[in-house]
Write a protein that binds this ligand. Structure first.
Ligand code: HEM
Ligand SMILES: *[C@@H]1O[C@H](CO)[C@@H](O)[C@H](O)[C@H]1NC(C)=O
Ligand SMILES: *[C@@H]1O[C@H](CO)[C@@H](O)[C@H](O)[C@H]1NC(C)=O
Length: 431
């Protein structure tokens, strides 16, 4: 997040007594103003990979663009278009690095965009897989491997517990790899790139999602990443903040990335509530997730908040970012911060950043307006605490991004007679 926002938040929280600031407060302001550009602050500006050892004059276009983005300047999104895409089976396509990625992005878009306009579970699997491939990395132990290297598929990590929910996406990527790498002979394609390009296609397909600048050229590894580096939904905020700082992701960056839960529908945190979303608009990239998790917007019965998300929304290091994204104007701020932080995430463990090629132009254009096309059905489902087959049918249609096929008068309503918003201990949250 831009430092001005954080400073404003910090100042708003503690009114200055006249011109004389309290010594502690003065210290905080100085710390924030200095922005010592290290990651014990709210934001990380750490440089990654080979960029750490190169001088400005040695940087390629990609290298200098990425360096600026990692340092908090530069633009992490754009709307570049791809003019004159060569035919797939032409020598032009083989010579243009981005060409095959345009065809791959188009195939993925079909999988990710549901008929209703909402993004599908495949989009969410892809976003989460981008995270789970890249985040198995820590700076202090960078030689242990991990990072955005395709090992989630090639190293057999999809059988790990934390990847149970997204393993099916691995099969989809294998099909795409076979089609374009093996059959059409685009031998530069790596799983590492496929997974990160896939995540960025998915993000921009979700209505209101950012168009994250995207590079290709990562190397694959079939060595399984170190385990124990991915977060649990039952961890407390301090543990999670430390876990992400070790990956060069500061508290603001963590909260920007965490907002991906605006699209999701959990299945395993509480299996008896499979399909329950993490805000009222699953499949839509809006800031309602931040507002509802903070308790600033009314939250229907079916919205299921992770204990970790609630804990982070209240912690002094992470609540400022929650507040900023939930506030008016938060959408634009969040999209930019998410894009910047996702670029960082997608480059963890990548040591040839200076040799990457930008292919943002292959991504679909963003969807910048969203009106829920079937609000009546959606609200009835969200307001209900029913888990019969009819409700599951609705959850399933929402998962696939389809229109809801159950007629509104057949969607079960609220059944319980006890007062609402009491259910708790991970059965769902009130505040
Ligand atoms: C504190 C950090 C995080 C924790 C504890 C966490 C935990 C979880 C859990 C438990 C689920 C639900 C899985 C299921 O039951 O199906 C989930 C879903 C998801 N997470 Fe996270 N997550 C975290 C951060 C992130 C980040 C950084 C991203 C991406 C940038 C992300 C993207 C997603 C997405 C897209 C889903 C939805 C997957 C689906 O719909 O199947 N999460 N996360
Ligand atoms: C966050 O989690 C910790 C550990 O479980 C707990 O002690 C603390 O009270 C929680 N904080 C909030 C604000 O929920
Ligand atoms: C899951 O949710 C149900 C329904 O709210 C609740 O009764 C149950 O205790 C929860 N299960 C777990 C493991 O927390």
């Amino acid at each position: 997040m831009k430092f001005t926002t954080i400073l404003a938040t910090a100042l708003a929280a503690v009114p200055l007594p006249g011109t004389m600031a309290h010594p502690k407060m003065q210290e905080k302001i100085e710390e924030l103003s200095a922005r010592a550009y290290n990651y014990d602050d709210f934001d990380s500006n750490q440089i990654l990979g080979d960029l750490r050892y190169l001088n400005w004059w040695q940087l390629s276009r990609s290298g200098s663009d990425i360096k600026r983005i990692l340092q908090g300047t530069g633009n992490p999104q754009n709307r570049d278009k791809y003019w004159g895409v060569p035919r797939l089976q032409s020598s032009w396509c083989k010579r243009d690095t981005c060409c095959v990625w345009k065809y791959i992005a188009d195939d993925l878009e079909v999988l990710f965009r549901g008929d209703s306009g909402r993004c599908s579970k495949w989009a969410r699997f892809a976003i989460r897989m981008g995270f789970h491939d890249a985040a198995t990395w820590t700076l202090a132990n960078e030689n242990a491997g991990g990072g955005a290297d395709g090992s989630i598929i090639l190293g057999g990590e999809l059988t790990r517990r934390e990847n149970g929910g997204i393993a099916a996406m691995g099969t989809k990527y294998q099909e795409i790899y076979q089609k374009y790498h093996d059959t059409y002979g685009f031998t530069d394609i790596t799983y590492a790139d496929l997974i990160q390009m896939g995540a960025n296609v998915a993000t921009v397909v979700c209505p209101l999602g950012p168009r994250v600048r995207s590079w290709v050229g990562r190397k694959d590894s079939s060595t399984p990443s170190p385990s124990g580096l991915l977060p649990s939904a039952f961890s407390d905020a301090d543990t999670l903040i430390q876990l992400f700082m070790a990956k060069t992701i500061g508290p603001d960056g963590l909260i920007a990335l965490l907002g991906a839960h605006t699209t999701s529908q959990q299945n395993f945190v509480n299996a008896s509530r499979a399909g329950d979303p993490q805000d009222s608009t699953p499949g839509v990239w809006d800031v309602l997730y931040y507002q509802q998790t903070l308790g600033k917007a009314a939250t229907p019965e079916r919205v299921f908040m992770f204990p970790s998300d609630i804990n982070l929304s209240k912690h002094p290091r992470t609540s400022p970012a929650f507040q900023a994204f939930a506030a008016p104007g938060g959408q634009g701020l969040w999209n930019d911060d998410y894009a910047r932080e996702y670029i960082r995430l997608s480059l963890l463990g990548v040591n040839n950043i200076n040799k990457l090629t930008e292919c943002t132009k292959v991504l679909p254009q963003p969807v910048s307006n969203w009106d829920e096309p079937e609000a009546g059905k959606m609200n009835k489902w969200l307001d209900s605490d029913d888990y019969s087959q009819k409700s599951k049918d609705v959850s399933w249609d929402v998962e696939t991004g389809s229109y809801i096929s159950v007629p509104e008068n057949k969607i079960p309503g609220y059944t319980n007679t006890r007062p609402r918003r009491q259910r708790n201990k991970w059965g769902g949250f009130s505040w």
